[in-house]
Write a protein that binds this ligand. Sequence first.
Ligand SMILES: Cc1cc2nc3c(=O)[nH]c(=O)nc-3n(C[C@H](O)[C@H](O)[C@H](O)COP(=O)(O)OP(=O)(O)OC[C@H]3O[C@@H](n4cnc5c(N)ncnc54)[C@H](O)[C@@H]3O)c2cc1C
Length: 315
Amino acid sequence: MYDLVIIGHAAAGPAAAIYAARRNLNLVILTKDVGGEVALSGEVENWPSVIHTTGIELANAFHEHTKSYNVPIEQGLEVTGIQQEKNHHIVIAKDFAGNEKKYETKSVVIATGIHPRKLGVPGEDKLKGRGVTSCTVCDGPLFKNKITATVGAGNSALESVLMMGGIAQKVYLLTKYDQSDLNGGFPRGENILIDKAKKLQNLEIIYNADTIEILGDNAVSGLKYRDLKTGEEKHIEVSAAMIHIGMIPNSDFATRLTKNNNKEIEIDMLCRTNVPGIFAAGDVTNIPYKQISISVGMGATAALSAIDYLNHWQE
Ligand SMILES: Cc1cc2nc3c(=O)[nH]c(=O)nc-3n(C[C@H](O)[C@H](O)[C@H](O)COP(=O)(O)OP(=O)(O)OC[C@H]3O[C@@H](n4cnc5c(N)ncnc54)[C@H](O)[C@@H]3O)c2cc1C
């Protein structure tokens, strides 16, 4: 039986592992990949002590640090459930081939982060990686001097157009809100980003736009939307559709845990969930700020809470 199973290996996961390994816990990390959203974070300039780095460099550094403590990392595993058995837990995972594995453990730290929300319209899945992306930072440079569209009304969409404004020939920004709505059609956007975006010479904002289809055979050639005011269907020609309409926590497998309406796992300030012995850290939780430094701090907190829990654990 393990003392601790950590699920996820990006920012919160490695931080928890480093703290747990230094206390000689018998632990294992189960993860789909190494790096998670950290590796997709592009340029990172808010990781204290390093003025500039990239998400990939930082994710690798977290990985190397974890490996230096000889923590076993089982990669390519998706956790599908956690069952309770008396006072311990069975973590169930499956590999890419669909083979199931079970891990008996006294405690668990969930550090599984979030994934981008999909539009759910025709063409989106078919053209993913062929012009449809939810990571402008990763794929934006592929569309130099092309015409691109960003869909969304929050900070992530605004950051996408700010980036594409300097790369693409022309950028559309489709918001389903009206210009008279809060923050001029970007209710969840920060004013500084909205002001910067609106100053872009090559940006055209389309308000009241409900995206209904991504067009193209082998690559994106256009985007269809319905004007929510007139009901009219319209079409724009673009080479890329950047979808930035929010993120969904990777928490489906944690069925016994209390979550909020956004599927974020609810925790207290010690990263404890409603189930004794199960802790959660980072973006998957109801912490409102989704940042690397915050996830790392929460990973450390979750590990220290797990250690305290284990100190009081009885057979
Ligand atoms: C484009 C972009 C730019 C960003 N820029 C910055 C920035 O400049 N500065 C900053 O501080 N933050 C930035 N962020 C936010 C930052 O990436 C996140 O706050 C951080 O990655 C959260 O770390 P995490 O460990 O909580 O989760 P994640 O990074 O989401 O990692 C989750 C881990 O869990 C694994 N996993 C998920 N589900 C399962 C499962 N069922 N079974 C097993 N493993 C699973 C994944 O494979 C992954 O390893 C950015 C994010 C994006 C998308």
